[in-house]
Design a protein around this ligand. Structure first.
Ligand code: HC0
Ligand code: SF4
Length: 574
């Protein structure tokens, strides 16, 4: 513990705490722009400068650790003017097109300009004239709006270990871009969207497809059918001012009907279905042979990463399609038949916390098993929030509604898919039943919960140990992949049977398409919302979802049957 003074206010903080966080503890907000809790301090913007009392020293509060007896001044006239000048200089290289920017109302630079009362532009405006990169199905780069904060580069390189983005050019001309000025689509980008979720301005954002949705909903030739991902139910609430982690599932269903959905389904149903298929696949690999450990396949950025960085290990990835794709395939076959709908006219939409899902829905590997595209359109949570607001829907006052049966019924196991470790926990609940014929009594598998980067544990299947690992944040997966590769080279199996990987830290609850501002405390609150929802569920094991049981009885026959294989599985090519 060290004792410091912030503007004369004494505070006690742990050694190594930054001046910025010590100030926070004293109730003092130091302005920042490049700083983000997820990242190492980069110190590029200079807004967080403070004065050290008793010395002429100016300190960057984000990067400087406190020491015993330190006393700083965070706000005075001189610092205010210096910060205002920094902002004016940033604004002199940034377009003033706020009204038409995707970040209008949600921009950190705009907020700061307002806080500092900037009313005019004293410096000559010099914009770089680099063109937008719209090559990716998921992400748009607008280098003209880049403020060189460095967050996206750090996110892509350090959090994700992908290295698709770097700083290009010198001086004024510097901006973020894929190496060698490649198009994003030709770069190693896996479309996770974490760069967009961390960008403070409108320089990197999700491809906006709200207009496509509205056109489809207004088209009398189309019947719009919508599913929502597990983490939408906890993510959307923040966009409407509710506390993080608030579950709004039934208001979301109601909003979708007002938006023109002819049927409202839940990706959680698909999550239960995925568990049946993927759990059965795991048991088959364990008993009959096949590449082990088996790895989950539901995160499209992760699958993309394996294809780009570890194509030799693709046979470890489960052949099960993601829950989203499974729901799409079942909507255009089973559901269309049941309801007498023409699958050619059915327009399937998925609301996802993820930018990579836009790309997944457009992959050509067997995503058309019904004869039609499984999922026609993907909107992220952020687009969904804007869509609701644009259509005069007062979300908070909506009366709750139910989803449509049977593709709206799900277990708590399906819900927790949205948090890191959730797919594993759901799989354990069902694989235990498949292997032992009994039910797992304590369904809460604590070793796979929480935010540790790599979670490892052994689950006891009545005497048979099953070794599992859970990884989130792509930069950490390298360790496990290299272990598998090394073991394989020696003709051995790495010490796991089943591994879950999610590209984003925390899992889908903090996906690249979720509301801005994710930090670890927010990740915990969003996850807690899902775990509480699971706890409150009458059914907590995927195989006990009666609608899933009926789907097998009346249509698919059994997990991994010929028909299930055709509709619900795929293979990813090197
Ligand atoms: Fe996820 Fe999913 S859990 S990837 O994180 O498996 O995006 O929320 O929808 O498909 O269910 C995202 C979230 C999903 C899928 C599910 C899986
Ligand atoms: Fe990097 Fe992900 Fe952004 Fe692609 S989407 S540039 S992989 S952070």
């Amino acid at each position: 513990i060290v004792h410091v003074k912030i503007n004369g206010i004494p505070v006690e903080v742990e050694e190594g705490t930054s001046v910025l966080n010590a100030a926070k503890k004293a109730g003092v907000k130091i302005p920042t722009l490049c700083y983000h809790e997820d990242l190492k301090p980069f110190g590029s913007c200079g807004l967080c400068i403070v004065k050290q009392e008793g010395s002429a020293k100016i300190i960057r509060a984000c990067a400087a650790p406190v020491n015993e007896g330190l006393s700083v001044i965070t706000h005075d006239h001189e610092l205010f003017e210096a910060r205002k000048t920094i902002l004016e200089l940033i604004l002199s290289t940034h377009p003033s097109s706020c009204l038409t920017c995707i970040r209008n109302g949600e921009c950190e630079l705009q907020d700061l300009a307002a806080e500092f009362g900037i009313r005019e532009q004293p410096f000559e405006v010099r914009l770089n004239d680099r063109a937008k990169d719209t090559s990716s199905a998921s992400i748009v780069l607008d280098p003209e709006k880049c403020i060189k904060c460095g967050r996206c580069v750090q996110v892509c390189q350090d959090l994700q270990g992908v290295f698709a983005l770097e700083f290009i050019g010198r001086g004024d001309e510097t901006c973020m871009a894929p190496a060698a000025m490649l198009k994003l689509e030709d770069s190693p980008c896996v479309r996770c969207g974490q760069c967009a979720a961390h960008c403070p301005v409108g320089a990197i954002y999700e491809k906006d497809e709200i207009a496509t949705f509205l056109a489809a909903a207004a088209d009398p030739q189309k019947q719009v059918v919508v599913q929502i991902a597990p983490s939408i139910r906890v993510g959307l609430s923040e966009s409407f001012g509710l506390p993080a982690g608030t579950v709004t599932t039934k208001k979301i269903y109601a909003a979708l009907r007002r938006l023109g959905a002819k049927a409202v389904h839940d990706t959680n149903f698909g999550a239960d279905l995925t568990i049946m298929e993927e759990g059965t696949e795991l048991v088959t690999r364990l008993t009959k042979g096949g590449a082990l450990p088996q790895m989950t396949s539901c995160c499209p950025a992760w699958v993309d990463y394996v294809q780009k960085y570890y194509p030799d290990l693709l046979d470890h990835v489960s052949s099960a399609k993601s829950p989203m794709q499974m729901v799409g395939a079942i909507e255009k076959t089973f559901y269309a038949e049941k309801m007498g709908m023409d699958p050619a006219k059915m327009y399937t939409v998925a609301i996802m916390p993820c930018t990579a899902k836009k790309y997944e829905s457009d992959r050509d590997e067997h995503m058309y098993a019904s004869g039609f595209r499984d999922v026609d359109l993907v909107l992220t949570t952020r687009e969904f929030a804007r869509l609701i607001k644009s259509q005069g829907i007062d979300f908070l006052s909506l009366a709750e509604e139910e989803a449509d049966s049977p593709l709206g019924e799900y277990s708590g196991a399906g819900t927790i898919f949205g948090a890191t470790g959730g797919v594993m926990e759901a799989a354990v609940r069902t694989a235990y039943h498949i292997v032992t014929g009994n039910e797992l009594q304590n369904v809460e598998v604590d070793v796979v919960r929480g935010l540790s980067e790599i979670k490892k544990g052994t689950v006891d299947f009545d005497g048979t140990p099953v070794r599992v690992a859970v990884v989130h944040g792509l930069s950490h997966v390298k360790e496990v992949m290299d272990e598998i590769r090394a073991a394989k080279a020696e003709g051995k199996q790495a010490p796991y049977e089943f591994i879950e990987v999610m590209a984003c830290r925390g899992g889908c609850i903090a996906g690249g398409g979720q509301p801005y501002g994710a930090t670890d405390s927010l990740r915990k609150e969003r996850s807690a919302g899902l775990y509480t929802d699971d706890k409150n569920s009458a059914v907590r094991r995927s195989h006990e979802n009666e609608s899933i049981q009926k789907l097998y009885e009346t249509y698919l026959e059994k997990p991994m049957s010929h028909k299930a294989h055709h509709l619900l599985h795929t293979t990813y090519q090197e």
